[in-house]
Design a protein around this ligand. Structure first.
Ligand code: 5RP
Length: 233
């Protein structure tokens, strides 16, 4: 595994490794999306190739996770073929003290919620900068919307007190399109006092597929921090 020198990358790498080290032989593993989980997938593949663990199958939460799993030699399966997921490893954009999350910075939160919610143990891997007292303080809330409903959904989100923005891709050449072929609206809420209620309210708007609030889903939060110039988990 290539070692990184940027402190944030080092934190992400170490926390990804720590999560992958928790995976035992004979496990079905949910493979999350994002730069931190990418390190976990890389290290999990390495453990498998070195024979440290055996008989692992992954369920990817995105095309990105699928590509990485193939690159690092992790066999894949689908939810049609299994009746449980033993452990899922995934990143987050914000984590509150109750282990509630905002996810979807990589536009993959819909599949992530399916896989992460099914896991017997869901491990979240984050660097220390993701910890907040209240969700919504630093990150906009991603909402996946089917394209024909984008205008009414944005109006409904504004009525809920949010400031919705259609997520644009690199160089703003066009909107970001999810693995499901949908669009993402990022919503600024002044504060999210009741994430459980907001999660349900937004998902009730016709045309919304899923939003990035993960309430009561995470079991373990692994946090990477730098102390005395050294990464600690
Ligand atoms: C993708 C996600 C990611 O897990 C989240 O954005 C964190 O990514 P990173 O580890 O790159 O900071 O929710 O939809």
């Amino acid at each position: 595994m290539a070692e990184r020198s940027d402190p944030v990358q080092i934190m992400k790498q170490e926390v990804g490794k720590a999560a992958a080290a928790r995976v035992k032989s004979n496990s079905i593993v949910g493979l999350g999306t994002g730069s931190t989980t990418a390190y976990a997938i890389e290290y999990l593949g390495k453990r498998l190739q070195q024979g440290e663990i055996k008989n692992i199958v992954g369920i990817p939460t995105s095309f990105q996770a699928e590509v990485l799993a193939k690159k690092y030699g992790i066999p894949l399966t689908s939810l049609d073929a299994v009746d449980k997921i033993d452990i899922a490893i995934d990143g987050a954009d914000e984590v509150d003290p109750q282990k509630n999350l905002i996810k979807g910075g990589g536009a993959a939160h819909t599949r992530e919620k399916v896989v992460d919610s099914l896991a017997e143990e869901f491990i979240v891997v984050v660097d220390g900068n993701k910890l907040v007292d209240k969700l919504g303080s630093t990150f906009l809330l991603p909402v996946e919307v089917i394209p024909m409903a984008i205008a009414p959904v944005m109006r409904s989100l504004a009525k809920l007190g949010g400031k919705p923005e259609l997520r644009m891709g690199i160089k703003k050449a066009g909107p970001v399109v999810t693995d499901q072929g949908n669009l993402v609206v990022d919503v600024k809420f002044e504060q999210i006092d009741n994430p459980a209620e907001l999660e349900k309210t937004i998902n009730n708007i016709p045309g919304v597929l899923e939003n990035g609030l993960f309430v009561g889903v995470a079991d373990v939060i692994l946090i990477g921090e730098i102390k005395d110039d050294q990464p600690v988990i």
